[in-house]
Design a protein around this ligand. Structure first.
Ligand SMILES: CC(C)(COP(=O)(O)OP(=O)(O)OC[C@H]1O[C@@H](n2cnc3c(N)ncnc32)[C@H](O)[C@@H]1OP(=O)(O)O)[C@@H](O)C(=O)NCCC(=O)NCCS
Length: 175
């Protein structure tokens, strides 16, 4: 298994991963979101990693660029979507994709990474609620699902504002 940045030619494989991993309706939304983000100039600079095994894409994670109104100089990213093919789940791949992504973003000067998802899963890779960054849309899940992680020590305590995400991620049904 190899983790690398995705290429233009990986789009079909990426779509399939999200369709397979999520339930049917969610799969359509998540796979479309992944493709839209890869084509969204407002998401740049994004980081899209794929896990590949025997020439098949078995996992994908996308971190798209976000800005913070009130903290304009702080480089931030939103993690979404993340999926691993059903047969490859629970073997640590999701965790590897997250950790590798965080390392690359840190090397590229990223300061904060946000995620809106299941706290029971994301807490394992260092995401926490209770920060001072407001989401781009009204949340349909409890606030604990809106988590952040700092890539530079102390930055979350000193940063507040409203997160503005790429347009593909900015529709109320994503939140
Ligand atoms: C979530 C997902 C990416 C995790 O990938 P993975 O490769 O299976 O993750 P890991 O192997 O690193 O971790 C697996 C562990 O996370 C747990 N887990 C998976 N989803 C979870 C969730 N939503 N809440 C809590 N725990 C979760 C598994 O039960 C497993 O626990 P175990 O280690 O005690 O067996 C994968 O399950 C998936 O694609 N799910 C469908 C899409 C999805 O929900 N994406 C995330 C949106 S927030």
């Amino acid at each position: 298994m190899n983790i690398r940045e995705s290429l233009e030619s990986d789009k079909e494989g990426i779509r399939k991963v999200h369709q397979n991993a999520f339930s049917q309706a969610e799969g359509e939304t998540a796979s479309q979101l992944a493709i839209d983000l890869l084509e969204d100039r407002a998401a740049l600079p994004f980081l899209s990693l794929v896990a590949e095994q025997d020439n098949e894409i078995i996992g994908n994670i996308i971190f798209s660029s976000a800005s913070i109104t009130g903290a304009e100089g702080v480089s931030a990213y939103i993690l979404s979507p993340l999926a691993v093919l059903k047969f490859a789940q629970s073997k640590g791949l999701g965790t590897q994709l997250i950790n590798q992504g965080l390392e690359v973003l840190k090397d590229r000067g990223g300061k904060i990474v946000l995620v809106y998802g299941d706290p029971n899963y994301y807490i394992r890779t260092g995401f926490k609620a209770g920060h001072k960054l407001k989401p781009p849309q009204k949340l349909s899940y409890p606030e604990e699902a809106w988590m952040a992680q700092e890539l530079v020590g102390g930055i979350l305590a000193n940063t507040q504002g409203i997160v503005q995400c790429a347009s593909s991620l900015n529709s109320p049904e994503q939140w």
